[in-house]
Design a protein around this ligand. Structure first.
Ligand code: PMV
Length: 331
């Protein structure tokens, strides 16, 4: 029975994907740029029962080693993606899927990016096919999770590019060692799914303005990465991170992802900078804060964030090389 296991990391966007031209295929309204992480990852094993009919089986381990059948809401988009991948490959059969995150599922970081990247790559390996990275990226985004398009590669990744809207590596992970110190302030699932946020984005009167600023911002970020200019990159990261939330807060109806502790962490980051520690914050569609810094400041940043009222846990991650296949199967 063809079987394959892939571990794909999550990524943190420096310039955010928010708003789509086509939500089902995740064709973004604007460009985005991210850093692929190392520790926060999803491991997925796919077993392909070729020629067999019957339902796909989806097992998930939530914060434990024990796999259990996934609930309907978790299973549905996975099954939809499996059917799409079968159609793409011209194959017929059913799957057994098992998946586990390296970070606690309750941590509010559960990212569809790592999950759908791992699923896509494991299924392709189980099919015995090895399309190029751009095709892998296109197939991953067709899951409906656009950020998954960036998680199929390591280092610093821009998306989309070309007619197929694939991601492209801007620089490999060993070009520049950057750290992501994550301040967890919320562990509950987010109140409004990013899918609904994308759908609402163009109701903000500032959405078109933001889109008009992004090409220049992408150039500045890519140039800062190329030249390893941390402060230049940090300014872009922080501006864009706040801007995503300006769009959510001015959408109709508005979405407020921040919590009081989010603001307290943002304040701590500004204080760190005033004390001469270059560190810059960004938030995805949630209340948790990712603080990006260079390796020699990581310890100080982590210590400071863990003292902020309302911070439940601090997770330290870093730029990573991308998906791995040298991992223990789950099935
Ligand atoms: O990939 P999605 O549909 O879950 O959207 C991701 C949205 C953000 O995480 C907020 C931004 C991004 O570019 O990753």
């Amino acid at each position: 029975m063809p079987k394959a296991t892939v571990e794909a990391p999550s990524n943190i966007a420096f310039i955010k994907y928010w708003g789509a031209k086509d939500l089902d295929e995740a064709i973004p309204a604007g460009p985005s740029l991210s850093m692929t992480l190392q520790r926060c990852a999803s491991r997925t094993t796919a077993v392909f029962h070729e020629g067999e009919d019957g339902p796909d089986e989806v097992l998930v381990a939530h914060n434990t080693d024990d796999l259990a059948p996934a609930g309907d809401a978790f299973r549905r988009p996975i099954v939809r993606h499996l059917r799409r991948l079968c159609k793409w490959a011209g194959r017929h059969g059913r799957f057994q899927i098992a998946t586990r995150n390296s970070f606690p599922s309750s941590a509010g970081l559960a990212s569809s990016a790592s999950g759908f990247a791992a699923l896509t790559l494991a299924v392709l390996r189980a099919f015995g096919v090895a399309p190029d990275r751009a095709t892998q990226s296109v197939l991953a985004r067709q899951s409906g999770s656009g950020s998954a398009a960036r998680s199929v590669m390591g280092g610093y990744v821009a998306w989309p590019e070309g007619d197929r809207h694939a991601a492209r590596q801007v620089a490999p992970h060993d070009h520049w060692d950057l750290r992501d110190v994550i301040a967890l302030v919320e562990t509950a699932p987010k109140k409004v799914a990013s899918r609904d946020g994308h759908r609402r984005a163009n109701t903000s009167p500032f959405f078109e303005k933001r889109l008009s600023l992004l090409p220049e911002r992408m150039k500045r970020a890519a140039a800062a990465i190329e030249a390893r200019e941390f402060e230049a990159l940090g300014e872009v990261i922080e501006t864009d991170g706040v801007e995503l939330h300006l769009i959510t807060m001015s959408s109709v109806p508005p979405i407020f992802y921040w919590m009081p502790a989010t603001l307290a962490v943002l304040e701590a980051v500004r204080e760190l900078r005033a004390e001469g520690v270059p560190a810059y914050s960004t938030m995805d569609a949630g209340a948790n804060v990712h603080v990006i810094c260079e390796p020699h400041h990581e310890e100080q940043v982590a210590r400071r964030l863990s003292r902020v009222d309302g911070v439940l846990e601090v997770i330290r991650d870093r730029v990573g090389p991308g998906p791995r296949t040298d991992v223990e199967p789950l099935l």
